[in-house]
Design a protein around this ligand. Structure first.
Ligand code: FES
Length: 152
């Protein structure tokens, strides 16, 4: 039977009626029309769907929306404050850290967690933390540089 849930996304409570098997990614994209989070593999292997849940990164394609109830979800749409880009968003532009852009929202959300959790101490440490976020254009060096800049 459909399930009524309340999701707190980017500071706003959203009431949804969903199939209990709906992933957090599909709830965000299909029900809330927050299409910044991308579906790459749908299998937890690419990181394009990365969002923050209570500040921790999660792959939203592997999370059930129902289990996100009561948690604070942050997506790429909620990162900028009014007109001001988040420092990591600005650093991605400054460092040319994307080409096609498909992986970028997930890269940025994972990068925000990388900095917040203190794993941005060196390029090696950043690479290791970010290893679950794939970029088919191969912009890795620029992504690492952007995270390093934003962490400094
Ligand atoms: Fe979730 Fe690839 S879409 S990890």
């Amino acid at each position: 039977a459909p399930l009524d849930i309340v999701l707190r996304v980017n500071g706003t409570e959203q009431r949804l009626t969903l199939d209990p098997r709906t992933t957090l990614l599909d709830a965000l994209r299909e029900h809330l029309h927050l299409t910044g989070s991308k579906k790459g593999c749908g299998l937890g292997q690419c990181g394009a769907c990365t969002v923050l849940m209570d500040g921790k990164r999660v792959k939203s394609c592997l999370s059930l929306a129902a289990l996100a109830e009561g948690r604070e979800i942050t997506t790429i749409e909620g990162l900028a404050q009014s007109e001001e880009l988040h420092p990591l968003q600005a650093a991605f532009i400054e460092r040319d850290a994307f080409q096609c852009g498909y992986c970028t929202p997930g890269q940025i959300m994972a990068g925000v967690a990388c900095i917040a959790e203190g794993h941005a101490g060196s390029p090696q440490e950043i690479r290791q933390w970010m290893s679950g976020n794939l970029c088919r254009c191969g912009a890795y060096d620029h992504i690492v540089a952007a995270i390093q800049d934003a962490a400094a």
